[in-house]
Design a protein around this ligand. Structure first.
Ligand code: NDP
Length: 296
């Protein structure tokens, strides 16, 4: 059996197109476009690429993009003052501070300063709490994107055994919460889990968010399981001096056993920005006192 590849790129493109349609309607109803502000501190090359793609995608969706680039030695007070200004700016519906921040800045303090109603990354403790108790809030983009792919592929997740490998606040924990809310039976595995292969073998759904290249092997996978690979790891390529991207799952062996699987790249990765735009548009509706579209 060879697994079906889950085309995250196509799913994300369709979601972005849908966001674009709703964004146009929103702009007409609200009298202004929905707005997303992105703050980048320093010159981390990967962060620069992410911020550029977020800007491009925001504009393509017909939303206003506000980019704020600050030098690496920016003081905490300056960054917090900018966040505060964005919190009160009525043209800004969503605020994203690109992580990681330079070491001298306290990420938690900066996230805490973002208004929870503009926290489209869903990292604020208020939004983590809302997710935990089942109130509407903002859910981190990557796990929400994974859930969308899972529901699209499997439909109703009720009663399915799900194993989430990783317990970060950004991916693992919210993913486990979303799967629980979708009525899956969820196990969270991490670096202290005993006999991880045996735990993974129970799963109808495997979500790997570990940060270890190709760790999850094909013989860990239950035949027919749906495998969502969140990992983005850069490893040396066959050609000298070049690198390539791989996931946390050993795709070559897992594809032979799984029922469906996300590739890396082209699986979960493209979903993150699409869901960010979705979250920003939902924020815009809520901030304007409008009902957010049900199909987003
Ligand atoms: P973290 O480093 O914050 O968390 C990794 C988790 O994996 C931890 O809970 C850790 O356990 C667990 N872990 C580490 N080693 C093992 C092991 N040997 N066996 C079992 N569990 C282990 O990473 P993130 O959650 O931020 O990211 C995970 C991956 O997803 C990375 O590759 C990252 O690049 C990628 N990513 C991709 C995104 C996308 O857009 N596609 C977005 C965000 C992340 P413990 O808690 O015990 O230390």
């Amino acid at each position: 059996m060879v697994a079906e590849r889950i085309d995250g790129k196509a799913f994300a493109a369709a979601l972005r197109a849908k966001v674009g349609e709703h964004a146009a309607r929103y702009a007409e109803a609200a009298g202004r476009p929905a707005g997303l502000a992105v703050v980048l501190v320093g010159e981390d090359p990967a962060s620069q690429v992410y911020v550029r793609s977020k800007h491009k995608a925001t504009v393509e969706a017909g939303m206003a993009s506000f980019e704020h680039r600050l030098p690496a030695d920016t003081e905490a007070a300056t960054l917090l003052a900018l966040v505060d200004q964005l919190n009160t700016d009525p043209a800004v519906d969503g605020i994203l501070v690109q992580l990681p921040l330079p070491a001298h800045l306290d990420e938690q303090a900066v996230i805490a300063a973002i208004s929870p109603d503009k926290d489209v990354d869903g990292f604020h403790v208020i939004n983590a709490g809302r997710l935990s108790v089942g109130q509407p809030g903002f859910v981190p983009c990557t796990p929400l994107g994974c859930l969308m792919l899972l529901k699209d592929r499997l439909g109703d997740l009720s009663g399915l055994e799900a194993v989430v490998i990783g317990r970060s606040n950004i991916v693992g924990k919210p993913m486990a919460q979303l799967l629980t809310d979708a009525n899956a039976t969820v196990t969270i595995a991490h670096s202290r889990t005993r006999d991880l292969p045996a735990v993974v073998r129970r799963a109808d759904i495997v979500v790997a968010a570990v940060g270890r290249p190709e760790m999850v092997k094909g013989d860990w996978i239950k035949p027919g399981a749906c495998v969502i690979d969140v990992g983005i790891n850069r490893v040396p390529a066959a050609e000298e001096g070049k690198t390539r991207l791989v996931g946390d799952v050993d795709f070559a062996s897992a594809v032979e056993v799984a029922g469906s699987i996300t590739p890396v790249p082209g699986g979960v990765g493209p979903m993150t920005i699409a869901v960010l735009l979705r979250n920003a548009l939902v924020a815009a509706h809520r901030n304007a006192g409008l009902e957010a579209p049900a199909d987003l």
